[in-house]
Ligand binder design. Structure first.
Ligand SMILES: [Zn+2]
Length: 317
């Protein structure tokens, strides 16, 4: 808007009734929140955007569309913006995206999210999983020094799926009918080193081969691996040729030589399960989203996890 037009607009403000002024304030606030989202999204591209279609770096600015800077790739001639190819592409109501990120920070249930965002359940659900599509893949790339591993189990659940149920519905968040490990339980391997780097893996089967496949890429060759000494963990450590300090908890041993224990990973497991309780059981097909969500919260203790960084993480890793 030109300065002259703005001056005229400002002058007109004096004539507003109270109701009109409130309407204007509400409208400006929506616009401001949208602009704040756009700023985070644009910044995620960095200083040298590259083409999401062909990865070329020779790109030029090419106008704007839908409030976002548009770029044109000199190599493949196609256009893109900061959301092209991201999990958030195609979602509406950008003005509410920072609020959606705050919903993730605060760990709200779907019903609470619908109320805070004033959106329908399908929208709250779609946003949740689109926002978590990238964080669910973000886990520690390397565990060094003393690394603790533990297997923990989640009740298999087809919550929210109307088709393909192969058994009678169970009350939400119920208990397994069989005790211990069974097809009703989903094994999750959690590994954490003493710096707090954490990786977790949903295992197809609770055996040493699956543990080896998960840990080999991330466990440093000279790491010292602590576990509860289960058969599978011991066999996995042997196969990986990694130093292993099994802690025999059932024999009342908690710490070996003052440093080897699994207390950090066990504490992580119980914080994770405490946090998950608010969702009253999560569908197994979305368990990875929830695990990634909690890892993101856990990575930034002390409340430094802000909506802007969560939004940036949802757009680009
Ligand atoms: Zn290109």
């Amino acid at each position: 808007m030109r300065q002259r037009e703005l001056d005229a607009l400002m002058k007109g403000l004096e004539k507003l009734t109270r109701t009109q002024r409130q309407r204007l304030v509400a409208e400006l606030s929506v616009g401001e929140r949208k602009a704040a989202s756009v700023e985070v999204i644009e910044r995620s591209l960095g200083d040298t955007p590259c083409c999401p279609h062909c990865a070329a770096e020779r790109v030029v600015k090419n106008g704007s569309a839908d409030g976002l800077q548009r770029y044109k790739c000199r190599a493949c001639r196609r256009t893109f913006n900061a959301l092209t190819g991201s999990p958030l592409a195609g979602l509406h109501m950008r003005g509410k995206w920072l609020d959606q990120a705050a919903v993730l920070r605060d760990g709200l249930s779907l019903t609470q999210a619908m109320e805070r965002l004033n959106v329908s359940r399908p929208t709250a659900f779609r946003w949740r999983h689109r926002f978590l599509a990238l964080p669910k893949g973000v886990r520690a790339q390397a565990l060094i020094g003393i690394a603790e591993g533990d297997e923990t189990f989640f009740l298999r659940s087809s919550k929210g799926q109307r088709h393909g149920m192969n058994r009678a519905p169970r009350k939400r968040g119920g208990k397994a009918e069989k005790r211990g490990l069974s097809s009703e339980q989903v094994p999750v391997l959690v590994a954490r080193d003493r710096s707090g780097s954490t990786a977790d893996f949903i295992l197809d089967a609770d055996d040493s081969d699956h543990i080896v496949a998960a840990l080999t890429p991330i466990l440093a060759k000279d790491a010292i691996f602590c576990s509860d000494g289960s058969k599978a963990m011991a066999a996995a450590a042997r196969k990986m040729k990694i130093a292993h300090r099994p802690v025999n908890l059932s024999a009342g041993i908690r710490v070996i030589a003052g440093v080897y224990h699994v207390q950090n990973v066990n504490a992580y497991d119980s914080r994770l399960k405490d946090w998950l309780r608010r969702f009253k059981g999560v569908a197994t097909q979305y368990l990875d989203s929830y695990l990634g969500w909690y890892r993101a919260i856990d990575r930034t203790p002390g409340g430094s996890l802000n909506p802007a960084s969560l939004l940036a993480m949802a757009v680009r890793v």
